[in-house]
Write a protein that binds this ligand. Structure first.
Ligand code: NAI
Ligand code: MG
Length: 496
């Protein structure tokens, strides 16, 4: 069996594929292994699904290779675009089901899951638009030479995605890869395989040739590692922890030097100046850390507030955080659902304990909610010092630290006091402050008077240890194409 009937409170009964999606078919793994998928809201087992091992990675890679050398290379850019746009339309048509499966498996609030699905459609359609606009150049060197520069696809792309935005990462990875003419083997995170498999059915429905997009479920150390070290994978794109990002690079270096792009962690500063609109700033600071239960690589987890407004700010922020609706992800008013897994829950609670031991003050939160499901109170730590683990390490949960600064120079210095560089934000009404501080912060995205407002038209990625390469926007095309120079001699042989 490669599918099962499941139910969500939002969609009723539906057909959940459980197989590995290779060559446009759902198949069992070669070794016949399966693994359980857990519902983070009540800790029950949702179902078991087929697990990919190295042998299945081989099969998926050879399917992708065959498609790349065969039908996909011959497909017109126009048709690549058409297929992606069709896929985007199908995401919209099936939005309620996709969002419901996302909430069931990941625990994210249904209203946020709907936002994710809408952004998936936006992203896929956007890259559909790019497919026939990937252009080269003619470069004059000498009068007897004609040179042109082409953008060609890289080939078979391995893509390894995390569990915090299962569908959104699916679209960020597949959209640009396919638009540029590559084929794909995408591995989902072992915590959240379900929505990607439902979305896989749409690949076939959209009309993609077999083997262009293959979706496999499995574990990082087995299937993920097999992709990263595979001799016939031309590029690996990874989103996840910095620790694993380093392993992926090593695996690429130790195998065939496949191209590597990485989107890793963050410890992003959210800086509030005394001239900011306080109500606005509090809303964005709250959204900055607690959106998606704090499970965001770009979460604004270090909050710095200018001294003169600090007391007022912290009071209001505390009240705001306490009002966040935490609970059943299928309730429409819910803002924060459970953390994704027992392991993530334990990691976060470990950081909370560590913060307490280090002498930081819990302004609000710090505890588990209920005794079933991985729910954690929105938590704010004050009285922190820059060397504390809770200030330096990515917690990836609803936990932030808050401290004061005096001057703009100090704000820049502490803002940059991290090995990461994914995102940052500045809240101020002063245009000069906004621009000066944005210029000085070493981060791939800087938000001004907003937070977490990503858009598929805008590049996203990390400075420093937050990653290599950019996703989204036109910039992502650079990471899915390679440049070929063709130089044609027009005159007689030079050395003849
Ligand atoms: P992880 O980095 O282990 O997992 C992410 C993906 O990588 C999953 O698909 C996993 O199966 C795969 N993977 C794991 N080990 C691998 C290996 N050796 N080779 C190839 N693929 C491998 O992240 P995890 O353990 O789920 O979360 C740990 C921490 O990572 C979080 O607490 C958070 O700090 C960070 N993280 C950051 C994310 C981001 O969006 N940048 C997303 C998820 C986690
Ligand atoms: Mg891991």
């Amino acid at each position: 069996m490669t599918s099962i009937k499941l139910k969500t409170p939002h969609s009723g009964e539906y057909e959940q594929p459980t197989g590995l999606f290779i060559n446009n078919e759902f198949v069992k793994g070669v070794d016949g292994k399966t693994f359980e998928v857990i519902n983070p809201t009540d800790e029950s087992v949702i179902c078991s699904i087929h697990e990919a091992t190295e042998k299945d990675v081989d099969l998926a890679v050879s399917a992708a290779r065959k498609a790349f050398e065969g039908p996909w290379r011959k497909e017109t850019p126009e048709n690549r675009g058409r297929l992606l746009v069709k896929l985007a339309d199908l995401f919209e048509k099936n939005a309620d089901l996709l969002a419901a499966v996302e909430s069931l498996d990941n625990g994210k609030a249904i209203s946020m899951a709907k936002g994710d699905v809408a952004a998936c459609a936006g992203c896929l359609r956007y890259y559909g638009g790019w497919a026939d606009k990937i252009e080269g150049k003619v470069v004059d060197t000498t009068p007897d030479t004609f040179n042109y520069i082409k953008k060609e696809p890289i080939g078979v792309c391995g893509q390894i995605i995390p569990w915090n935005f299962p569908l959104l990462m699916w679209s960020w990875k597949i959209g640009p890869a396919v638009a540029c003419g590559n084929t794909v083997v995408l591995k989902t995170a072992e915590q959240t395989p379900l929505s990607a498999l439902v979305a896989a059915t749409l690949i076939k429905e959209a009309g993609f040739p077999p083997g262009v997009i293959n979706i496999i479920s499995g574990f990082g150390k087995i299937a993920g590692a097999a992709i990263a070290s595979h001799m016939d994978v031309d590029k690996v794109a990874f989103t996840g922890s910095t620790v694993v990002g380093r392993q992926i690079m090593k695996a690429a270096a130790g195998s065939n030097l496949k191209k590597v792009t990485l989107e890793l962690g963050g410890k992003s500063p959210n800086i509030v100046f005394e001239d900011a609109d306080i109500d606005n700033a509090i809303s964005w600071v709250n959204f900055g850390i607690y959106f998606n239960h704090g499970q965001c690589c770009c979460a604004g987890s270090r909050i710095y507030v200018q001294e003169s407004i600090y007391d007022k700010f912290i009071q209001q922020f505390k009240e705001r955080a306490q009002k966040n609706a935490v609970g059943d992800p299928f309730k429409h008013e819910t803002f924060q659902g459970p953390q994704v897994s027992q392991l993530q829950f334990d990691r976060i609670m470990g950081y909370i304990e560590d913060g307490k031991k280090a002498g930081a003050t819990i302004e609000t939160g710090g505890k588990r909610i209920g005794d079933k499901g991985f729910f954690i109170e929105p938590t704010i730590f004050s009285n922190v010092t820059e060397d504390m683990k809770i200030v330096q390490e990515e917690i990836f949960g609803p936990v932030c630290t808050i401290s004061k600064f005096k001057t703009k120079e100090e704000a820049i210095k502490i803002g940059n006091n991290t090995t990461y560089g994914l995102a940052a934000a500045v809240h101020t009404k002063n245009l000069n402050t906004a621009i000066e501080v944005s210029n000085a912060l070493r981060a791939g995205t800087v938000w001004v008077n907003t937070y977490n407002t990503l858009h598929w038209q805008l590049p996203f990625g990390g400075f420093k240890e937050s990653g290599i390469g950019r996703e989204l926007g036109e910039a992502a095309l650079d990471n899915y194409t390679q440049t070929k120079t063709v130089s044609i001699r027009l005159g007689d042989a030079l050395f003849g």
